[in-house]
Design a protein around this ligand. Structure first.
Ligand SMILES: Cc1ncc(COP(=O)(O)O)c(C=O)c1O
Length: 444
């Protein structure tokens, strides 16, 4: 717990409209009207949980930085403001009763859960001996980058994409090369001619984000094969970040890179975890796999990777992948309904003039085209000119609406004019955020 006094904490709790630190209600017992057809749900996503006072980045860090009066609905870092599936808590309580945290190895049941989940949900067959563990996807990629790229070499990414890659590439002492994607209608597409033109002897790694954060594409098998062909032709190993696997919208399907053909599987390493889908990023447990022994060896031994993970992360992953299917399906349905709300509010009713967006194929991130709004606010002298307009808009929204969203330029070339909004929160808070932004924009 941080150094907040009880009084400060009570004030903050009041600010977010909750009365206890975290309100847990048992699954299936409480529903509010916001959740469509509540009788179909076993879990409650309408429950407003309070994340203030537990050092949460989205809430506590923002409040510490901007003040409690400013932060009313933070919609930033990619975690969910939903209650964890109760089965995880039950499993933790059982483990806590065994009062030893001595050295252990991950049990066979943990690997079986990963293998079965991938087979049942994504049609992907992986073997236990291909799998290694890590404390997170980004942490796991660093040793592979070091082992497979020449020292000081280049790593290529297609932007806009997850900005954690940028920092990690730098941390490994490599240089990042960017191939910007192109927007075609509602979708962003890879520009493979541009990508190939940038490859050279110093570049041996491409980091793929599949599905892509922040633009939300579920790459199809055809798109992945076309990318894979360029990579294979140029001796590039694909590190495929598939942390968003399964977090798909309506009819869209996630296609694992390792499922599109043997030669693609053989020249890639896939990184996954339960962290996004089941909201467990602080359990700090992920895994990666490849059928290619040489790649696995390089990432492990040459890259100096450590395979140890947290005992609670192992439990969280196993419970999620063995008991979490219904929770995941309901959570995805709830997110679809949140996106429908956004679509109706923003696109159909035009209640926030100057913003448009397309419902993504995956993720819980709305990639908002705010270019018209930025122009309007700039012309009205509302955005300071000494910083990037997207950062200025983020600041303006905090000041004027109490809603915090991420500037699109954080995600690399192509992100200008865009903002990223995390809609994994109870509908009532999503509605509140939209109303707050609409009111602020209407006042200009
Ligand atoms: C595409 C992607 N990869 C990795 C991460 C971070 O994963 P980890 O915390 O396991 O490093 C995120 C977090 O938002 C992400 O969106």
């Amino acid at each position: 717990m941080n150094k907040m006094t009880n009084k400060t904490r009570r004030v903050l709790l009041k600010a977010v409209g909750a009365s206890s630190l975290i309100t847990f209600s048992s699954a299936g017992t409480h529903y509010s009207l916001a959740q469509n057809n509540p009788s179909q749900y076993a879990y409650n996503f309408d429950n407003k949980i309070n994340r203030v006072g537990v050092n949460s980045i989205k809430w506590d860090s923002a409040i510490a930085h901007y003040g409690e009066k400013k932060i009313k609905v933070p919609m930033t870092i990619a975690d969910m403001d939903f209650q964890q599936m109760p089965e995880v808590k039950d499993a933790f309580l059982k483990r806590i009763k065994y009062e030893s945290y001595g050295y252990e190895t991950p049990p066979k049941s943990y690997f079986d859960a990963i293998i079965k989940w991938n087979r049942d949900l994504y049609g992907l067959d992986i073997k236990k001996e291909w799998i290694r563990n890590s404390s997170g996807l980004v942490a796991a990629m660093a040793p592979a980058i070091r082992a497979l790229n020449p020292a000081g070499g280049k790593v290529i990414v297609m932007t806009p994409t997850y900005n954690g890659f940028f920092k990690e590439i730098k941390n490994t002492g490599m240089r990042m090369v960017t191939s910007p994607m192109k927007k075609n209608g509602s979708r962003w597409e890879m520009d493979l001619d541009d990508l190939e033109s940038q490859l050279d002897d110093e570049t041996k790694i491409l980091i793929l984000c599949n599905p892509n954060n922040p633009t939300g594409e579920c790459w199809t098998a055809e798109e992945l094969r076309a990318l894979g062909d360029v990579c294979i032709r140029n001796g590039i190993t694909v590190l495929s970040d598939e942390i968003w696997a399964g977090c798909t919208r309506k009819s869209h399907k996630y296609t694992p890179y390792a499922s599109i053909g043997d030669k693609y599987a053989n020249s890639s390493i896939t990184y996954q975890s339960a962290a996004k889908l089941f909201n467990q990023p602080m359990l700090k447990t992920s895994y990666f796999f490849t059928q290619n022994d040489a790649l696995l060896n390089a990432a492990m031994n040459d890259g100096g990777h450590h395979d140890e993970v947290n005992v609670f992360g192992i439990i969280g992953t196993e419970v999620a992948f063995t008991q979490g299917r219904r929770w995941m399906e309901e959570m995805n349905k709830y997110l679809d309904d949140n996106f429908d709300l956004l679509d109706s509010y923003i696109n159909k009713q035009n209640k926030i003039p100057g913003i448009r967006f397309n419902i993504p194929e995956a993720t819980y991130l709305a990639w908002l085209d705010c270019s018209v709004l930025i122009k309007r606010l700039t012309n009205a002298d509302k955005l300071p000119k000494d910083q990037a307009p997207e950062k200025a808009l983020s600041q303006w929204l905090i000041e004027n609406s109490g809603v915090q969203i991420n500037p699109g330029i954080n995600y690399g070339i192509g992100g200008d004019g865009y903002m990223r909004m995390n809609i994994a929160l109870p509908r009532i808070q999503c509605e509140e955020a939209l109303n707050r932004i609409a009111k602020a924009v209407a006042a200009v």
